[in-house]
Design a protein around this ligand. Structure first.
Ligand SMILES: [Zn+2]
Length: 249
C-alpha cells in the first residue's frame, strides 16, 4: 500500500541499535529525507527478511513509513552491502568514521543530495582500494565541511578578500587563507604545498583525486586543518579514528 506517509529513497545505514525484544533502530542517511531514524520490526529474528537489509554500511533502496515519532522500515533492496569494508581494519575504521561524521554533522531530516552522493562514492572508492585511504577521507571531510556551511576560503584572502594565488596560513577565525598584508593570528601556518592540496581536495570530485600525490608531511598538515575544523564546528568530536592513531604511535 502506498500512501502519503510512505517514502521510497536510497539510503546508507550509518548506525544501528537493538530496540525492544526483537526490533532494531536504524539510522539511515537518505537521499530524499536526510538523516532519519527508523524502527525495524522483528529485525533481530533469524528469519527476518530485514536481517541483511539492516546491517551497518548497507546501501540500498528503502521504503519507509512516517509515523508520529519514528519511521518504520517497510521494504528494502540492497544495492551494495559494503560488507567487504568490514574485513580490513583500516577500511572498517574509515568507513565507521564516515558514518560518524554524517551523524555528527547532519541534523535530522536535513536533505543534502550532494553530501549523500559524496558518501556513497567515497564508500565505493574505499571498497575498491583504488585510492589512498587518507586522501579519500580528507577529501570527504572537506566536502562535508563545504556542504554543511563551513567552506574554506582559499582563492581570496579570508580577511581582506583580495585575490591570492596561494598562502602559508589558514586563519581559523576567518576560515581561509591569509594574504601577506593581513595579520596572521588564530590559525595555522602550513606549507604552500599543503595549501594548494587543500584547495585541490576541496574543489575536485572525489573520484578525481587519484591525480594528487602527496608526501606524508603534507597529508599530516591537511589532517591538522580538517581535524580542527571538524572538532570546532560540530556538536560532538568524532572518535572513530582514535584507535588508528593509537596503532600508528
Ligand atoms: Zn588580506
Amino acid at each position: 500500500m502506498i500512501n502519503l506517509s510512505t517514502f521510497e529513497t536510497k539510503a546508507v545505514i550509518i548506525k544501528t541499535q537493538d530496540f525492544k525484544e526483537n526490533d532494531k533502530l536504524v539510522w539511515f542517511y537518505t537521499e530524499k529525507l536526510g538523516k532519519i531514524t527508523a524502527v525495524v520490526r522483528g529485525a533481530k529474528r533469524s528469519k527476518s527478511k530485514f536481517l541483511a537489509l539492516t546491517l551497518p554500511l548497507c546501501y540500498g533502496d528503502y521504503m519507509v513509513y512516517k509515523g508520529k515519532n519514528l519511521y518504520t522500515l517497510q521494504e528494502g533492496k540492497i544495492i551494495n552491502s559494503f560488507q567487504g569494508l568490514l574485513d580490513n581494519l583500516y577500511k572498517l575504521t574509515y568507513s565507521s568514521y564516515l558514518c560518524e561524521l554524517i551523524d555528527i554533522a547532519c541534523a535530522d531530516n536535513e536533505v543534502n543530495i550532494e553530501l549523500f552522493r559524496n558518501l556513497v562514492t567515497t564508500l565505493y572508492l574505499l571498497n575498491t582500494d583504488a585510492l589512498d585511504y587518507e586522501l579519500l577521507i580528507r577529501s570527504f571531510e572537506l566536502k562535508l565541511l563545504k556542504t554543511t556551511g563551513y567552506s574554506l576560503i582559499l582563492d581570496d584572502c579570508s580577511i581582506c578578500r583580495k585575490k591570492i594565488s596561494t598562502s602559508n596560513y589558514i586563519s581559523l577565525s576567518y576560515y581561509g587563507g591569509v594574504c601577506d598584508e593581513c595579520p596572521k593570528e588564530h590559525g595555522l601556518f602550513i606549507s604552500k604545498g599543503a595549501y594548494n592540496a587543500l584547495r585541490f581536495l576541496m574543489n575536485m570530485d572525489v573520484d578525481k583525486i587519484y591525480r594528487l600525490n602527496l608526501n606524508n608531511e603534507i597529508k599530516e598538515e591537511i589532517e591538522r586543518v580538517t581535524t580542527f575544523l571538524i572538532s570546532n564546528n560540530y556538536a560532538k568530536k568524532p572518535k572513530s579514528l582514535d584507535m588508528l592513531k593509537f596503532i600508528k604511535e
